[in-house]
Design a protein around this ligand. Structure first.
Ligand SMILES: NC(=O)c1ccc[n+]([C@@H]2O[C@H](COP(=O)([O-])OP(=O)(O)OC[C@H]3O[C@@H](n4cnc5c(N)ncnc54)[C@H](O)[C@@H]3O)[C@@H](O)[C@H]2O)c1
Length: 322
């Protein structure tokens, strides 16, 4: 069986995907540069879990390092490359634009080039983002909407990835499948994302910063549903040569409802909130139509926040011993 190469395996989604594929008996090659965008120990802890698995081989490597990546692909001949490594985060892109240029544009081009020249040529599945929909108020978001008005550089790089992938599919016949992830959460999540920040603040009895005075909606997607959808794309016998899919929970939740659910799970009667104006780069609402991915691979998310949030809280408490 040819291996699956995943970039970003020390990251949140990459770790979960790798763990799932390994449990299925797949061989997985992981690539990550362990950068310090957020606490590196969390990345090491995720990686340590994978490193003990039969069938896993991890490489500390930057996706911008073309010769090493090319050599790795020549040696291991992956059937599929799942490219998740990126500089994530909307707010950080206002302060550190160069990090996005390097990881998300230069890194992505390297991945395209390495896939293009690899033999056999792998299927490329890559992470795009719901942020490409910008401030669209046409809900739910469908893939055929125009998305050419990004509200952050992060979103612009993700849209650029979709365009770059299209050109490589057209020119070189490379199969490229872009997945627009919608606010992913769950155990081993990201410390820069709302679910983690709110939990941390509530446990420390600090006020939660709530933007747009709480008038925010998000399609929160539990990580196991994401993993199921990505796995279905890896294993599908046939998929179009070049496609974009939303991958979300197909429900848009009020942010205030999420906060109250979190508070309830944490045993906090009245969460303290600091109601603030909208942040630059942020979008008021996301809501994924998932019909296209359902039609292609049978994707059907099964985890409402009432089920996923308690799982996250249990993990958070046990990881931090709080
Ligand atoms: N988590 C979400 O809600 C969400 C939503 C939309 C899109 N995405 C996208 O999904 C992908 C995975 O997101 P995540 O939440 O797991 O993020 P993450 O930050 O936890 O994981 C990304 C991993 O990539 C690694 N990385 C970054 N730059 C690299 C480079 N140049 N070379 C090698 N490794 C590098 C990081 O060290 C990190 O471990 C990203 O592309 C992100 O933009 C995530």
């Amino acid at each position: 069986m040819q291996p699956i190469l995943i970039t970003g395996t020390a990251g949140f989604i990459g770790f979960h995907l790798a763990r799932h594929l390994l449990a299925q008996g797949q061989t997985v090659i992981g690539v990550d540069n362990f950068n310090d965008y957020y606490r590196v120990q969390l990345k090491r802890d995720r990686h340590d879990q994978l490193a003990n698995s039969v069938g896993y081989r991890g490489y500390e490597m930057d996706v911008c390092d073309r010769p090493r990546l090319e050599q790795l692909m020549a040696e291991r001949q992956p059937a599929c490359v799942v490219h998740l490594a990126a500089q994530a985060g909307v707010r950080y892109s206002l302060l550190h634009p160069q990090a996005y240029q390097r990881a998300n544009l230069e890194g992505f081009l390297n991945i395209l080039e390495c896939c293009r020249h690899a033999r056999p040529t792998p299927r490329l599945i890559y992470a795009s983002s719901s942020s490409v929909y910008g401030g669209s108020t046409v809900l739910p978001f469908t893939e055929d909407q125009r998305v050419d008005a990004p509200l952050s550089l992060y979103a612009a790089t993700k849209k650029a990835n979709e365009l770059m992938a299209h050109s490589y599919s057209h020119l070189f016949g490379l199969q490229t499948i872009g997945l627009r992830f919608f606010t992913v959460y769950g155990p081993w999540g990201r410390p820069d994302m709302a679910m983690w920040l709110f939990t941390e603040a509530m446990l420390q009895q600090r006020a939660i910063p709530v933007y747009n005075y709480g008038d925010m909606h998000r399609d929160f997607t539990y990580v196991d549903d994401i993993v199921a959808g990505v796995t279905a794309c890896i294993q599908a016998a046939t998929l179009p040569r070049c496609e974009i899919f939303n991958i979300g929970n197909n429900r848009s939740e009020r942010l205030l409802d999420l906060i109250h659910l979190l508070a309830q799970e944490l045993g906090i009667a009245e969460p303290k909130m600091d109601l603030l104006p909208m942040q630059d780069g942020d979008v008021p609402a996301t809501y994924a139509s998932v019909e296209r991915l359902h039609a292609a691979v049978g994707y059907a998310p099964t985890t409402p926040i009432a089920v996923g949030v308690p799982k996250f809280v249990r993990w958070y408490r046990s990881y931090h011993r709080v």
